[in-house]
Structure formats: structure tokens, C-alpha cells
Design a protein around this ligand. Structure first.
Ligand SMILES: [Fe+2]
Length: 400
């Protein structure tokens, strides 16, 4: 049989999306078997991923072993799951603990979803729980509206944010997708923003768009900022509550005190640039996991910066250590990019494989399932072999 032609197609956008923001974001790839790519086919896929941030393969057949091999190909010296193999399971207090079930023979691949799965790939009676905003947000959609209205659960990057480096890609493979009524995702932040979403969608926004939307004075701050994350951030944030948009936390003083965290060391605390440089396009992506942030370190304007005398924020640099200040500034920078017109909510079909550039997008679980709706996905990402690169000197000169 002759090999099918390899073609790419724009992702189908919902009516809510403004197509002008999606010229390069998202591509469906046809004519390739993602579980059996030749080295040259993989190079093509890798290039497409960095240019388009998210790739969709429909009707994919992918064993856990193949998914691991594919995921690893993006970072050949990576090895362990993005949160460390089974470490999340060991840290009972982590808010990630209930969401992940490890495939025994391929521990870098997690079974995620909803409902009781009697037998699957060596797992027996796996009780899956689709994360629900009521377990995390300060305010909730009233129970009587729960299957009609929903929230973004948590906008994030897949990353441990302590010790390990953020995975380059995440692969999500849909095995069982319950059919059901669409829901309306409410922002509930006083803006009236709402987004109609397919049941159990995964929502994506572009980190590039998040940066591009910033006014010049905020670009100047972004290009100079390093983000310090809390040690063991998912344990630290466990008692805290999220904002109604899922884009960060309320500041109520509920975070676990640092001396009550599992043992940690200063040298493993993550300091990451606010902007991550795309290795293929050179574009800057605003990549901050808003729930895990603890402090911001803003460098002074470089000598001869264009806005030297032009009212740039923090011209002499700053070290923001008050959580409220840190969160308010980051929220102001990130919120415009999660507006309904800028969100791509993927409408999952069984055997869809989505590969996303975890260092180029933010994503969120969305939706609420009824009892008995069984959803099964395989998810894989690998702690990277390095930390993401930040802006170049040229970028800093250009935007500072
Ligand atoms: Fe995720």
C-alpha cells in the first residue's frame, strides 16, 4: 500500500474563538502513524509542534510504550515522569495525588479521567476522578447548576516546579470519551465572560499570545523578570483556594508554612524566566504557573533601554516578596490571554492524540461529569533534561 500523503489542517475553532489569534496555533496532522514515526517523520512532527504549539492526530493507535517513546523523542535524555516517578503518589498531601494513576509497566504514563475502571493495562478497580473546581476554588458553581455550568479548574504548565525541569511536551491520548451535553464555563470574575465548552474539554491558550497582548510597559517587566516558585508547590498550595477563573490563588494566608513542607533544600527551588524562548521560532512565550509562584525578581532596565526615561515600571528592578503583590501583577499580565475568544477548547474524540508544547501554552481541565460517566486518557510528560531558555540579550534590548 502506498504511504498516505502527510498533510496539515487547521484545528476546527468554535464560534467563540477569534480566528485572528489562531493563525499559527494548533494543527491537525494526517498521514502519519504517531506510534511508529521514522526519524525524519519525527523531525517533521517536532518542527510542527514548536511552530503550532499543539498537534492533533485523529484515530491514533498508541500503546503506553509507544506513547512514552514518542514523548521521550522530544527530549531523548529525559527519563522520568514530569513530577518524578511515583513521587506524587508518595506525597499524600499533594493536591495532584488523587488525579494520577500510574500504568504499572510504563510508569511515565498516567491513566487519568473519571469513574471506575475495573481493569486496564494491569490496573484493577482504578477509581478515577476528573478534577472538579469545588475541591479547589474559593467559590463554586451552585450544585443545581453543576452539570450545566462549569469552571476552568486550574490553568497550568505540567511541571513539578521544584527540583525537576518543566517537561518540553505533554502527550494526551483519549481512550474513552463520554458523550454528553456541552457546558458553559463561567469566569465569575465580574466580567460576565463565559465560554461554551464540550463536555470534559481540555482548554488551551497560547503563551505567545499572552506575551504579545501585553502593553509595552508590561513587556518590559516580563522580559526582565525571573519567577521563584515555592518549594514543593503542590503541597504548599494544598490548603489554599483558587480564583474563580482558575488562574491562580486567593491570597488568604492559607499556604502551608515552609517549615511544615516535606524536606526541601534551597538549591532545588526553581527560579525560571517569566518568558520562555521557543527553540524553533525564537518567539517569547509567557509561561508562568500562577498557583506555584512565590516571589518575583525583576532586573533593572539595561543601560540605554528605550524606555529609560519613559515611565517604565520598576526601572531600577525589584524583588517582590509579598504574595498578594506577586499574584496581582502576574494575574494582570495573564488574564487578558484567557478571554473566551483566545481559548481553544479541544472537543475530544476517542483515539485523539494531542501533543502540546508544554513550554509554549497554558492549559486547564474543564467540566464536571455525572456519576458513571467513564473517561479514560493516557497522559505522559517527562521531566526535562534542562530548564527553559529565557529571553536573549537581543530580546531584552528590544522589549526592556
Ligand atoms: Fe496538565
Amino acid at each position: 500500500m502506498a504511504a498516505a500523503a502527510i498533510t496539515t489542517h487547521p484545528l476546527p475553532l468554535p464560534p467563540s474563538a477569534d480566528p485572528s489569534y489562531f493563525h499559527t496555533f494548533g494543527t491537525e496532522v494526517r498521514g502519519l502513524d504517531p506510534g511508529n514515526l521514522t526519524p525524519s517523520q519525527f523531525k517533521l512532527v517536532e518542527d510542527l509542534l514548536y511552530k503550532h504549539s499543539a498537534l492533533l492526530f485523529r484515530n491514533a493507535d498508541l500503546s503506553p510504550e509507544q506513547q512514552y517513546t514518542l514523548t521521550k523523542a522530544f527530549d531523548p535524555s529525559s527519563e522520568s515522569y514530569g513530577h518524578g516517578n511515583n513521587k506524587t503518589g508518595g506525597e499524600k498531601k499533594s493536591i495532584l495525588h488523587p488525579d494520577l494513576k500510574t500504568i504499572p509497566r510504563q510508569p511515565q504514563v498516567q491513566l487519568i479521567g473519571n469513574g471506575l475502571v475495573p481493569e486496564h493495562e494491569g490496573l484493577v478497580n482504578a477509581q478515577l476522578k476528573h478534577p472538579h473546581h469545588r475541591t479547589f476554588h474559593k467559590t463554586v458553581v451552585p450544585p443545581e447548576d453543576d452539570l450545566k455550568y462549569t469552571r476552568f479548574y486550574r490553568w497550568h504548565i505540567d511541571a513539578a516546579l521544584y527540583d525537576l525541569s518543566p517537561p518540553k511536551v505533554t502527550t494526551l491520548y483519549a481512550l474513552a470519551v463520554p458523550q454528553g451535553e456541552a457546558q458553559v464555563c463561567r469566569y465569575d470574575d465580574g466580567t460576565g465572560d463565559e465560554l461554551p465548552v464540550p463536555l470534559g474539554t481540555t482548554a488551551f491558550v497560547s503563551g505567545k499570545t499572552m506575551f504579545d497582548l501585553l502593553p509595552p510597559e508590561m513587556k518590559s517587566v516580563a522580559v526582565r523578570t525571573t519567577v521563584k516558585y515555592a518549594p514543593h508547590p503542590y503541597v504548599w498550595m494544598a490548603p489554599a483556594h483558587a480564583l474563580s477563573t482558575g488562574l491562580g490563588l486567593e491570597t488568604e494566608g492559607l499556604e502551608l508554612p515552609l517549615n511544615e513542607l516535606p524536606q526541601w533544600e534551597e538549591g532545588k527551588v526553581k527560579f525560571l524566566p517569566m518568558l520562555w524562548k521557543n527553540p524553533v521560532t525564537g518567539n517569547l512565550h509567557f509561561e508562568v504557573h500562577p498557583c506555584g509562584i512565590q516571589e518575583l525578581l525583576i532586573a533593572p532596565l539595561p543601560k540605554g533601554a528605550s524606555r529609560d526615561n519613559d515611565g517604565a515600571s520598576y526601572p531600577s528592578g525589584a524583588h517582590l516578596t509579598e504574595l498578594k503583590d506577586v499574584r496581582d501583577l502576574v494575574y494582570k499580565m495573564q488574564r487578558p490571554a484567557i478571554a473566551p475568544a483566545l481559548v481553544y477548547p479541544h472537543d475530544w474524540n476517542e483515539k485523539d492524540l494531542v501533543i502540546f508544547h508544554n513550554r509554549g501554552v497554558l492549559h486547564s481541565v474543564v467540566g464536571a461529569f455525572a456519576e458513571g460517566q467513564v473517561r479514560m486518557f493516557h497522559q505522559c510528560n517527562l521531566a526535562a533534561s534542562d530548564d527553559p531558555a529565557g529571553p536573549s540579550e537581543e530580546d531584552i534590548r528590544k522589549y526592556a
